[in-house]
Design a protein around this ligand. Structure first.
Ligand code: MN
Length: 486
């Protein structure tokens, strides 16, 4: 990004924030202003517009200082005030969901507020992500308890959100920073593993790079080639999927080839396949069929002459830019053609498949107009294969879509799973066959006298809960009495 000079408005915002946060300290011991200035820098790096940068500088003033929303509106205009308000609402909504003990109405209202804040202007979310990124970078100053909580929330909510916006660089940084706190041993182990693997592969990768370069030059193709290093957290997730067998992970080593246009992408694919043997079933054309978040690229895995498994990712410059910076990149490109809609964060031409944002905005608008929205049917659509449910205390638990109450119970603790006698969903008695839905508040009812039942196997969806139940059933052998009908 070219280094632009701060405008008068940005300078004025920095002055206001400095004055407002005067005397406040961060947990790191630094003056508080360090944080909003770091958020400002991140938003500049992402190429965000001036209003977003100003709102980033001021994002903590209304919540934590004597500055009011009116002050901000008077000095910086409606749009900035709107964004600051959205970020403030977002953080109170989230705090509310974590802390409340008496749950139902509050949690629902907080969720509504969250929806409205996000749906109003997607830039609110982008500021929040910049805020979270800096907080994670400085997480070591907090108590271990808080570190874990924030890190866990980042893995469960913010990193997937970054992914849904196709902000690849951000997703990787958030996930790896957070994972280090959630499971430090595993993090170090996998990081080592990746480094060792890359070291052992580096010689043959050089050779492959040379062969590709020669072949592409012969065809007079302009290109850039580089290695991409797999992130620790994504390896962790993949290993879990493949029973921890590293030999089933085919993209540990990947080379990225960036060219000028789509036709050339396919040309390069053909050249690679003429040099090496492609692995069956490992060719993915995300150019013709982009991922849900708009990601585009061709992936193919080949076996080289020295029997190495290498993944190639082929894409154009634009696709590469978008894969790394996602929605932020679209804001940047749209800045020239500023429309009223753009100013409100409603880009007219949403990048490829980001229509879920439109959906979110329509829902928010309906809620604002006081229309009834059935929250249970609300298609938030932010996370394709996951649902998020809450404990009565407001802790978030993420489960695969299709999970049932027993999956939730075993996820909390096997002691809870083993003693389930019933479930309350959103405050009402429900039954163990009912699939959980996004944002359900789930309370598991237990009894000391309960023992695990074989019949529960049909009321379980996740392998995790199944293996826990199976283990208990095998321990108890046939001594388990079948459940009595009530
Ligand atoms: Mn902040």
């Amino acid at each position: 990004m070219d280094k632009k000079k701060d405008s008068e408005r940005i300078l004025a915002a920095v002055e206001l924030a400095k004055k407002a946060h005067e005397g406040q300290l961060r947990k790191t011991g630094e003056p508080y202003i360090v944080h909003p200035l770091a958020v400002k820098k991140i938003l500049e790096e992402w190429g965000m517009d001036e209003d977003t940068i100003i709102a980033g500088v001021l994002h903590d003033t209304v919540e934590d200082t004597s500055v009011t929303l009116d002050d901000i509106r008077n000095q910086f205009g409606e749009s900035v005030a709107f964004l600051v308000d959205g970020v403030t609402k977002l953080s109170t909504a989230r705090a509310g969901m974590r802390d409340i003990d008496t749950y139902l109405p509050e949690t629902r209202n907080n969720f509504l507020r969250l929806m409205i804040a996000l749906g109003d202007d997607i830039r609110v979310l982008i500021i929040k992500l910049a805020d979270r990124l800096h907080n994670l970078r400085t997480l070591s100053a907090l108590t271990p308890d808080k570190q874990r909580k924030i890190a866990k929330e980042t893995l469960e909510v913010f990193a997937p959100l970054a992914d849904r916006l196709n902000m690849g660089l951000l997703r990787v940084e958030l996930a790896d920073l957070a994972f280090k706190y959630v499971d430090p041993k595993r993090y170090e182990y996998l990081k080592d593993l990746i480094e060792k693997y890359n070291r052992s592969a580096s010689k043959s990768l050089k050779k492959i790079e040379g062969e590709i370069t020669e072949a592409l030059k012969k065809e007079k193709i302009e290109f850039e080639i580089s290695g991409r290093v797999k992130s620790v957290y994504s390896l962790h997730k993949k290993m879990a999927k493949h029973n921890q067998n590293i030999n089933e992970i085919y993209d540990l080593t990947a080379l990225r080839i960036i060219v000028d246009d789509v036709t050339t992408c396919y040309l390069v694919l053909g050249i690679i396949h003429s040099l090496y043997t492609p692995m069956a079933g490992r060719i993915k054309d995300y150019i013709a069929m982009p991922k849900h978040n708009g990601y585009q690229s061709i992936h193919t895995t080949v076996i080289t002459s020295d029997k190495r498994v290498v993944e190639f990712q082929i894409r154009t410059k634009e696709m590469h830019e978008y894969a790394e910076r996602g929605l932020a990149a679209s804001f940047y490109y749209n800045e020239q053609k500023v429309t009223e809609n753009y100013k409100k964060g409603k880009i007219e031409h949403l990048p490829m498949n980001l229509l879920w944002i439109t959906e979110l905005q329509m829902t928010a608008a309906a809620l604002r107009e006081g229309k009834k929205v059935d929250l249970d049917k609300l298609k938030l659509n932010l996370f394709a294969d996951k649902i998020f449910v809450y404990t009565p205390k407001g802790d978030i638990v993420d489960l695969p879509k299709g999970s049932l109450p027993l999956d939730f119970a075993y996820r909390l603790h096997s002691e809870i799973g083993d003693h389930v006698v019933g479930v309350k969903i959103n405050g009402k008695i429900s039954n163990l066959n009912k699939p959980l839905e996004n944002f359900d508040i789930v309370e598991i009812l237990t009894s000391k006298n309960q023992t695990p039942k074989r019949s529960w196997l049909s009321k379980i969806f996740t392998p995790h809960a199944r293996s826990k139940l199976m283990r208990r059933l095998n321990q108890e052998g046939e001594s388990i009495v079948p459940p009595k009908k009530k």
